[in-house]
Design a protein around this ligand. Structure first.
Ligand code: ADP
Length: 543
């Protein structure tokens, strides 16, 4: 027997409708790409999103078509998302930090018909346009007064294009499982893979994020996603914030420490989210200038492991609660967050920080397990580590246009590519990417644990650990350091002395090199493939 409740599909535009009805005047404040701050609200964003939908339809964009965006976080990008999805088309966020060839590959693979881009990216797209096979029209996210001569086919200023629609339009209706968004993983190994979100997965994921022990946005929050909308759905904040009726602050193109500080204080942001590098840059700015961030109360730090030193400084010096989060594009993306479970009881400050350094616990909608290579479940004791696998309604089951690839295990779990422990309280801790783990004498050494410990050494700006070949153990760790300006670099003995009480003795690196710069991926993670290549013939002096 079926229940007798209404069939009310979970659609993206219902989130915006709710925000516009319940919180019409709640502000959306952006740093515009043109320069000045811009203020609007949910009522007006909805009205303009309806015009985007109407105008796209007039351009022949239909259900299932992809509309690409190459854009910073601004009100126009937000309107575009809801306008595109409001006719059942798919927003395809493109990460401008990828290599130009990858951008071409992704746009062609996605078959996107329209490209909406910020002024910033005109030179890049002018260079790539001849190779783009499916783009019929370029919409520049600006007004006529700021539109330069681009030479791009059918180029138009967004505001002029939008002015041709009167907004007398109704959202289309379709199944909640209809595709809504497309985001490619950065493809540090092999071709990028397209993750195709649905309306249902986006809405359920935003609801899950808004649980109080996850991101927990509320109506009084002033939320700034520094994490770009082109990076894994902007960690759901462009959906979770209107769902909660929270004020949204969108930082545009300026993401350096001084600019992030300025927008936080000018617009009184109390909640923000970004990768550790952004929080490090903000700290450096505050250390250099003595500036403060008194309005900021909670920050989500994720995308790569958040070093305990950052958590400690934000919490103890600035009164900001750090929510360490883990996730991935394939998970919409939030997978776990730090949760203060009461059964853990009082912890001394060091133990509390160590717990926060773990990636945390999943919200309802995410199930997880760890297995060995044979797929057998491993115990949750915080020590044994294995392949981390996840299952849930906002987790990928197949990649776009690779529907025949087997992605899930027999029980429907997705292998995250991470290696992790889970403790008795359910706290997951990533010990490595499965391809980065160092296999020494048949045992696994966590490169991340070594890196996190090493950045606690005075003067170390960044640390990376990769495997080097060893005739006896197969692989042994090599530590690569970048020092802060003017800081003296430790030698191997000094570093290993420092690490001795932090990691197992047999994990200690066999060699250490100091470099000026460590390469990063387009999403800010250490580019291990490049480091492994650069140091593939490296041997310790002692050998
Ligand atoms: P990519 O960078 O490959 O495009 P994502 O941006 O989706 O992929 O990154 C997902 C990966 O980032 C995770 O599988 C994990 O390895 C890493 N990651 C994300 N958050 C954390 C975290 N808090 N701690 C450690 N690793 C993290």
């Amino acid at each position: 027997m079926l229940g007798l409740m209404q069939d009310w599909p979970l659609l993206m535009h219902k989130v915006l409708d709710h925000a516009a009805i319940q919180h019409p005047g709640r502000e959306i404040i952006s740093r515009s790409v043109e320069g000045p701050f811009h203020r609007t609200n949910y009522r007006d964003v909805r009205a303009r999103a309806l015009r985007v939908a109407q105008r796209l339809q007039r351009d022949g964009v239909q259900l299932g078509d992809r509309v690409a965006t190459l854009a910073w976080n601004t009100w126009r990008h937000l309107e575009a998302w809801y306008g595109i999805t409001g006719i059942g088309a798919i927003y395809h966020t493109v990460n401008p930090r990828l290599f130009p060839d990858q951008i071409v590959w992704i746009l062609n693979h996605a078959g996107s018909r329209v490209l909406m881009l910020d002024l910033t990216f005109i030179p890049l797209i002018q260079q790539l346009a001849p190779k783009l096979e499916h783009i019929e029209r370029f919409i520049i996210l600006t007004d006529g007064a700021h539109l330069p001569e681009t030479g791009l086919c059918n180029a138009v200023a967004y505001e002029d294009w939008l002015a041709e629609a009167d907004g007398d339009f109704a959202w289309a209706s379709f199944d909640e499982r209809t595709a809504a968004g497309l985001c490619y993983t950065s493809g540090t190994t092999g071709d990028p893979k397209g993750v195709l979100y649905s309306h249902r997965s986006n809405v359920l994921h935003a609801l899950a994020c808004n649980q109080v022990d996850c991101l927990g946005l509320g109506v009084a929050d002033r939320v700034m996603p520094v994490v770009p909308m082109f990076h894994a759905n902007g960690w759901s904040l462009p959906i979770a914030a209107p769902l909660a009726g929270a004020t949204l602050v969108l930082p545009g193109a300026k993401l350096d420490g001084a600019s992030v500080h300025e927008i936080i204080t000018e617009t009184q942001v109390n909640f923000s989210a970004a990768v550790p590098t952004v929080w490090m840059m903000l700290l450096q700015h505050m250390e250099a200038t003595g500036a403060r961030i008194d309005t900021l109360k909670r920050v989500v730090i994720g995308g790569s492991a958040c070093p305990a030193a950052i958590t400690k400084t934000y919490q103890e010096k600035h009164g900001v609660r750090v929510i360490h989060a883990w996730g991935m594009t394939e998970m919409s993306p939030v997978g776990t967050t730090y949760q203060r479970k009461p059964e853990i009881g009082g912890l001394d400050p060091e133990a509390a920080l160590a717990l926060q350094a773990k990636q945390g616990c999943p919200p309802f909608t995410v199930e997880m397990k760890i297995t060995n290579d044979a797929g057998q479940d491993l115990p949750w004791n915080g020590e044994v580590f294995g392949r981390l696998k996840v299952r849930g309604p906002a987790i990928t089951r197949n990649y776009f246009r690779r529907e025949n690839d087997a992605v899930l295990d027999a029980d429907g779990f997705f292998d995250t590519g991470d290696v992790a422990t889970i403790d008795a309280h359910g706290f997951m801790e990533v010990t490595d990417r499965s391809k980065d783990v160092i296999k020494s004498g048949g045992e696994w050494i966590s490169s991340i644990a070594l890196e996190n410990a090493a950045v606690g050494y005075p003067g170390v700006a960044e640390a990376a650990v990769v495997a080097m070949h060893d005739p006896k153990w197969d692989e042994r760790p090599l530590m690569i350091l970048v020092m802060k300006p003017g800081a003296a670099a430790p030698d191997l003995a000094a570093m290993n002395g420092f690490l001795t009480d932090k990691v197992a003795k047999w994990w200690l690196p066999d060699d250490l090199v100091v470099v000026n710069e460590i390469p990063h991926t387009a999403t800010g993670k250490i580019l291990k493939t490049k480091l492994r290549e650069a140091f593939k013939d490296h041997r310790p002096a002692s050998r």
